[in-house]
Unconditional design. Structure first.
Ligand SMILES: Nc1ncnc2c1ncn2[C@@H]1O[C@H](COP(=O)(O)OP(=O)(O)OP(=O)(O)O)[C@@H](O)[C@H]1O
Ligand SMILES: [Mg+2]
Length: 666
């Protein structure tokens, strides 16, 4: 039985006549309000297919779907849209591709593809390809702030003019490839809805109620999308916590919370104050910390769960010792409390911190999984095969073309590609289309033309067969023909690495087939688009179930909860991060720490080192200023009370082997 809702939560669930904002601190049941409200709306007679809920990550979307399916029957929940903002955007783009002037099989460019395209454009327009990175960031910022290429040009200063020009070129070129980038998944639907009211009207009929979780992290363009879809009726519920806004760097605007009140004068605001997640000391620490930030909304948060354990602070001489101590402490703690590995999370500020913890956990035989590490989709072999698949469904996808044209080697040299690129660029067509033009014969040697045409004709032939026949048999056969396995053996550093990479290819193909079966009747193009989006979104959240310790960044931990949390690297220049200190962004760092602390249900342990290797040098470290902002009376500093680390490590090991023995005894 799920515990019943409190009166404020109930009010939020039942408020369906006016736009609603639920503003509340961590662990107060905001996400729960969203799931309960979906079930309530269905019970009130609104068909599930007319309800959409958006969350921040795929993981959250999956969890929400699972929670709703407990509250409503499968049939009732049919057609319900629960997804990320970007997946909703992709859905809109795919259905409305004609209205936007795209062909059906739209490719999605990831950051790497976008950089490749920007570099090409800069090369052909006398720009500096080394600037591609910073231009890419600028263009992304504009897209998130709902600044179109025209507006960027209109408001350009001498400094931003080159970026603004490139922005326009980029948009034209990427469209010629029938592709969009990640930010376009939101921007293009907004532009479409603004320019074609009849299309918008259809979507308003389709989505009659919208719910948004983690609202504080929406950016301007996402807010525009919310406003357009919900219209004047304001049929929406958004929930958020301004203290957990941690995506300023991606254009998130917590002032959107305030803007809502201005844009929707009938907005109803509900506050939730009871925290159901954490014990008293954890909550008090979080409250105390965040009180150092200025506040737009006043919030109080209390818990009935009793004071709970003291907040422990571990100190170590360096980062290696820190990782070992945390691993040993975790084993020891688990042994004493008899919990499971999945009850524990190790949270850190940056991905680079994970490596030593992984090693320490492995050494102790502790199962773990990392969200945010290099994922399956980051492997070269997976990107290669994905490149081929993208090309099969959309031959105009230049990024895919360039990725695979010489993998395996086809003797098509850089000079040939350079000329092909220049030609395609002049004609504003894709590389693939350029291959078939007669004009190309003037630019390239006959043999080179022949080689690339042979490649392109082969792609066309396979695409054709895949469409007509048994798609997956054709694809498997195609991959065999590629002789990609042999190529992997040639380029891998060892036999075992070649074999691992070959297994990844098999896994990808199996996955593809599984996805196609799950969504019966989906075309290959649709399945691949789905994989591409998973690729981009889940590069940071590979899903592994089972009894494992979670390792992740603070950003990735948003919305989640764990009985026991280790918040590691609590040092100046790490948390708060040094660039944030330089740029005076301490408030955002404090919110990150707040997010970290409020993930914990029963206990939180902080750790820091007195030295750390950075930039190849051992540097002295100071404990994070945020530790000083926590209630002193609740902190238990290890170096004052606890055992020496060596002894702790031994104790941890002993506890673990003892436990293993216990587990192995029949
Ligand atoms: N009325 C309630 N009674 C008991 N438990 C509740 C109640 N409401 C929520 N919970 C539980 O409290 C925990 C936190 O809820 P939830 O994740 O919805 O909070 P949240 O406000 O979304 O947190 P965050 O800000 O971290 O996203 C969950 O375990 C949830 O099941
Ligand atoms: Mg939540």
């Amino acid at each position: 039985m799920t515990p019943s809702l409190n009166p404020q939560q109930l009010a939020a669930v039942r408020a369906i006549d006016r736009p609603l904002l639920v503003i509340a601190g961590a662990g107060s049941g905001k996400t729960r309000v969203i799931t309960e409200k979906i079930a309530y709306l269905i019970r009130q007679g609104l068909p599930a297919r007319n309800i959409a809920a958006v969350t921040f990550t795929n993981k959250a979307a999956r969890e929400m779907k699972a929670r709703v399916s407990k509250l409503a029957s499968g049939n009732e929940a049919k057609g319900l849209r629960v997804s990320t903002f970007h997946a909703l955007g992709l859905d809109i783009l795919r259905r409305e591709h004609k209205a936007l002037g795209f062909k059906a099989a739209i490719s999605i460019f990831d950051e790497h593809d976008r950089l490749t395209l920007l570099k090409e454009l800069l090369k052909h327009n006398n720009g500096d390809p080394d600037m591609a990175d910073s231009f890419s960031r600028q263009i992304s910022t504009w897209k998130n702030l709902f600044v179109t290429p025209e507006k960027a040009m209109d408001t350009a200063t001498p400094e931003t003019l080159p970026a603004a020009q490139l922005y326009g070129d980029f948009m034209r070129q990427i469209k010629a490839y029938n592709a969009v980038d990640f930010d376009d998944l939101i921007l293009l639907p907004v532009l479409l809805f603004q320019s074609q009211p009849e299309v918008l009207e259809q979507w308003r009929n389709r989505i009659r109620y919208l719910l948004v979780d983690e609202y504080q992290d929406t950016n301007e363009t996402q807010y525009q999308l919310v406003k357009l879809i919900t219209g004047n009726l304001g049929k929406f519920t958004v929930v958020g916590d301004d203290d957990q806004s941690i995506y300023a760097w991606r254009g998130a605007q917590p002032q959107n919370l305030v803007q809502l009140q201005k844009d929707f004068p009938r907005l109803q605001v509900v506050k939730l104050e009871q925290n159901y997640r954490s014990t008293g000391r954890i909550l008090k620490a979080a409250n105390r910390l965040i009180a150092n930030n200025p506040h737009v909304f006043d919030k109080k948060l209390w818990s009935q769960l009793g004071p709970g354990d003291a907040l422990r602070v571990l100190k170590q001489k360096d980062e290696l010792a820190e990782a070992q101590q945390v691993a040993a402490d975790l084993v020891h703690h688990k042994f004493r409390h008899g919990g499971e590995f999945r009850d524990y999370a190790i949270l850190y500020r940056g991905n680079h911190q994970s490596r030593l913890f992984e090693r320490a956990l492995r050494e102790q035989g502790i199962p773990y999984f990392i969200s945010g590490g290099p994922s399956f989709f980051g492997y070269a072999e997976v990107k290669d095969i994905m490149g081929y698949l993208r090309l099969l469904v959309n031959p105009d996808d230049d990024a895919a073309f360039l990725r695979v044209i010489n993998v395996p080697r086809r003797e098509i040299g850089p000079a040939t590609l350079e000329k092909l690129g220049a030609y395609a660029n002049r004609r504003h067509i894709s590389l693939f289309a350029a291959c078939f033009e007669l004009g190309l014969e003037q630019e390239l040697q006959a043999q080179a033309v022949q080689r690339i045409r042979r490649f392109c004709e082969w792609i066309v032939d396979v695409a054709d067969r895949a469409q007509r026949g048994d798609t997956f048999a054709v694809i498997r056969n195609f991959v065999e023909q590629l002789r990609y396995d042999a190529w992997l053996e040639e380029v891998s550093t060892s036999q075992s690495s070649a074999e691992r990479r070959q297994r990844n290819v098999v896994e990808l193909l199996d996955w593809l087939e599984k996805l196609a079966q799950e969504d019966d009747g989906k075309t290959l193009a649709e399945v691949i688009a789905k994989l591409m989006l998973l690729d981009i979104l889940e590069r940071n959240e590979e899903e592994k179930t089972g009894d494992r310790v979670s390792l992740m960044t603070l950003h990735a931990a948003k919305g989640l909860e764990f009985p026991y949390v280790y918040l590691v690297g609590m040092e100046e220049n790490i948390l708060p991060h040094e660039t944030s200190i330089e740029q005076d962004m301490l408030e955002e760092e404090r919110r990150l720490a707040y997010v970290g602390i409020t993930r914990a249900q029963k206990a939180i342990t902080f750790s820091y080192c007195s030295q750390r290797k950075r930039y190849g040098e051992m540097l002295e470290c100071l404990p994070s200023r945020f530790l000083d902002e926590l209630p002193e009376e609740d902190l238990e500093w290890a170096d004052r009370k606890e055992l020496p680390p060596e002894e702790k490590l031994e104790r941890g090991k002993a506890a673990f082997s003892h436990m293993r023995n216990l587990l192995n005894t029949p």
